[in-house]
Structures are given as structure tokens and as C-alpha cells.
Design a protein around this ligand. Structure first.
Ligand code: AMP
Length: 363
């Protein structure tokens, strides 16, 4: 693509690029297809959930210059389905004239738990107290200063509860630091939460925002099991969450859909746990609970289209189908209130997200 590319919006018939070939990329590609776009997926694996529903698949590493060039030759707008996209890949695409959204600021913030919390607090979105540590001694000093228990997490590349451990005694911090790989860490004060909630929000290229109702999330072993949405909350809590979402979107000059994970405290305050600069597992309920779901919303936002409505028309219980739970598909297909979303993954390893089911409940 060149500086001569016509201005956005991207028009039906044009191609949207997606970095990543997992289930989020697949559902983005399906939503893009519904709006008349073709999709080009860049993914290491030649046989991926997103690749199998895309018009074009470019097989390569996310930082492979040739693969990025091939993607840029197809797509003048590129988005991504995971937050660990290398900064260099975004830069290369931008140099090739591609519009990448969400932008590099959002990625930089979401890739580093300390940068993330600093950004959030500066933007007026409160988090738990925290300290950073780069060595075992610093980890012990930080744990002593904060007072155990504290939760140690790697600064970068943790997900689904991986790369984190509770520390019950400050003196254990050195050993846990080493067990987590001897990499820079963050130590977090415990959030004494009554519920885990999340809010999915979007900002368009024109600065308009659209915010879905809060969702209530239940995890097992660090993995999301179940989402109930819209969550039953007071108006004050909903407004507090919306204020946080707008601050985060505006603070990042964001374009696209964002997932914001929240802790609800007993005193009614919300703290932000983390942000995901992409469509989010806890937003899958919108596929059957709202007329414009998070995937179409992401496509609309990054392509320069107007954002769609976020009003719910049903309450949804979303259940992830992990590992061989996906074998329940035949039974679930009989249930008129269950909407199945299967990812087409070939191997059902234990704990792997193979699909989800949205169970419809009256609002
Ligand atoms: P994360 O990888 O940061 O999303 O954390 C995974 C899960 O660990 C969260 O969904 C919470 O259940 C729990 N968790 C994370 N941070 C804290 C914290 N500071 N205090 C209490 N629980 C936490």
C-alpha cells in the first residue's frame, strides 16, 4: 500500500489483515466476511482456525519482513488478535503504509504490567498497589515493603494465570522470582474482590465510543470458565465502569475494541486488573446478546466505519468448552437456547479453548 491509498473507510470487497490465526482471529474474519470484506491472516501455522475461514493465508512469523510485506500488499488496514505482537512488526507495517489498529501505544501498555498500571493510574483508572523488581534481592525488598501476601507476576508475557505465584512470606520472594524465570516481575497487593467483572468497549477512528454492559466472570485455574452478562449491577457501578472505560480509551487514543478486566471490591469500588487491546473471551456473550457483537464492532472501528449499538437483547450465560468438553456439541445442538461457537481446532488438548456456548436467558 502506498501514500496514494484512498482514505478510510475500508470499502466492502477490500481486504482486512489480521495478525494471528486463533479463535479470536477466526471470529473476527467471520464478522468481516459478513460486512463484505476479504480477510488475509498472517500466522505461523499453515492450518489455523482463522486461516481456514480467510480468503488469504500468509504463513510466517509475525516479525518476518517478507511475510509482513506480503500482508501489506493485500491489506491496507491490519488488526491483531493477541497482545504480544512484536512492536517491530507494527512499525514495519506502518512503514509500508498500513493502518494498524489498535496502535502501538496500546500494545506497549498492554505488554508490560508495570507500564500498564502506571498508565491506568495516571489516566484515573485505579489498580491495586504494586512494585517492580528486576533481581531476587529487589523482589524480597519489595515484598517486605508491601507486606505479604503479595502476588508476583512476570512483567511480560503472562496469560490465563500463567507466570504468577502468591508469596506468603517476603523471604520466599527470591525463590519465586527464580521459579518464574528470573525475569523482571511485578508484585501486586491482593485485591480483596467480591466479584470479577469486565467491560468491553470500543472507540472509532472519529473518536466515538461504544460500551457494552458489564459482564461477570468466573475463572478456574486461571482460565475463564463462565461469563454472565449483562451482569446484575447497580447503575452507580455501571457508570463507574463506563467512566474507567472512557478514560482508558481516550488516554490511549485508542481505535478498536478493548477488554478491561475489573475487580469489584466490597466497598463498591472498581479496580482495573488488566487491559487486553483486542476482542476478549469475556465479550463472546455479545455474539448472541447484542445486535452488533464485539467482533463486528472491532471490524467497524478499525475499518473506519461507524460503531454499532451495544444494547443487549438477551441475558447470556457463556460457557467455554475446554478440551474434550467440545464433544458435547451434539447434545448442545439439540438445545434451542444454546448457540454453539466452535473453533475448528484439530486437537482437543486438556484445558484448550475449543469453543464456547452462549445460553440464552431472558433479560
Ligand atoms: P491475570 O493474569 O492478571 O489476569 O490474573 C489472573 C487471575 O488471577 C485474575 O482473574 C484473578 O482471579 C487473579 N488475580 C490477579 N491479580 C490479582 C490480585 N492483585 N489480587 C487478587 N487476585 C488476583
Amino acid at each position: 500500500m502506498s501514500a496514494l491509498s484512498p482514505p478510510l473507510p475500508l470499502r466492502p470487497g477490500e481486504t482486512l489483515g489480521i495478525l494471528g490465526g486463533g479463535q479470536l482471529g477466526r471470529m473476527l474474519a467471520l464478522a468481516a466476511g459478513r460486512l463484505g470484506f476479504d480477510v488475509a491472516v498472517l500466522e505461523r501455522d499453515a492450518d489455523s482456525p482463522a486461516g481456514r475461514v480467510a480468503a488469504h493465508v500468509i504463513v510466517g512469523a509475525y516479525d518476518d519482513p517478507e511475510a509482513l510485506k506480503a500482508l501489506a500488499a493485500r491489506a491496507r488496514v491490519v488488526t491483531y488478535e493477541f497482545e504480544n505482537v512484536p512492536a517491530q512488526a507494527v512499525q514495519t507495517l506502518q512503514q509500508l503504509g498500513v493502518e494498524v489498529a489498535p496502535g502501538p501505544e496500546a500494545l506497549a501498555v498492554a505488554q508490560d504490567r508495570i507500564t500498564e498500571k502506571q498508565f491506568l493510574n495516571a489516566a484515573g483508572a485505579p489498580t491495586v498497589a504494586f512494585r517492580g523488581a528486576d533481581t531476587p534481592d529487589e523482589a524480597v525488598a519489595a515484598a517486605e515493603a508491601m507486606g505479604a501476601p503479595v502476588l508476583m507476576k512476570t512483567r511480560r508475557e503472562g496469560y490465563d494465570g500463567k507466570g504468577q505465584r502468591w508469596i506468603e512470606h517476603a523471604r520466599d520472594a527470591a525463590e519465586v522470582f527464580r521459579a518464574l524465570g528470573g525475569r523482571p516481575v511485578i508484585l501486586e497487593a491482593p485485591a480483596d474482590f467480591t466479584r470479577e467483572l469486565s467491560i468491553i468497549a470500543a472507540r472509532g477512528r472519529d473518536g466515538a465510543t461504544a460500551i457494552y454492559p458489564l459482564a461477570e466472570n468466573h475463572h478456574e485455574g486461571g482460565i475463564l470458565r463462565r461469563t454472565l452478562a449483562p451482569a446484575i449491577v447497580s447503575t452507580a457501578l455501571a457508570e463507574q465502569a463506563e467512566r474507567i472505560a472512557v478514560r482508558v480509551l481516550e488516554g490511549l487514543g485508542y481505535v478498536g475494541v478493548i477488554g478491561i478486566e475489573l475487580f469489584e471490591l466490597a466497598d463498591g469500588r472498581l479496580l482495573v486488573n488488566e487491559i487486553a487491546p483486542r476482542v476478549h473471551n469475556s465479550g463472546h456473550w455479545t455474539q448472541d446478546g447484542c445486535s452488533v457483537d464485539q467482533f463486528e464492532q472491532q471490524v467497524r472501528a478499525v475499518c473506519g466505519w461507524p460503531l454499532g449499538p451495544t444494547m443487549p437483547h438477551a441475558r447470556i450465560e457463556m460457557l467455554n468448552l475446554l478440551g474434550d468438553e467440545v464433544d458435547q456439541w451434539a447434545r448442545l445442538a439439540h438445545d434451542p437456547d444454546s448457540r454453539l461457537h466452535l473453533y475448528g481446532k484439530r486437537v482437543a488438548q486438556s484445558g484448550r479453548k475449543m469453543g464456547h456456548v452462549n445460553k440464552l436467558r431472558p433479560l
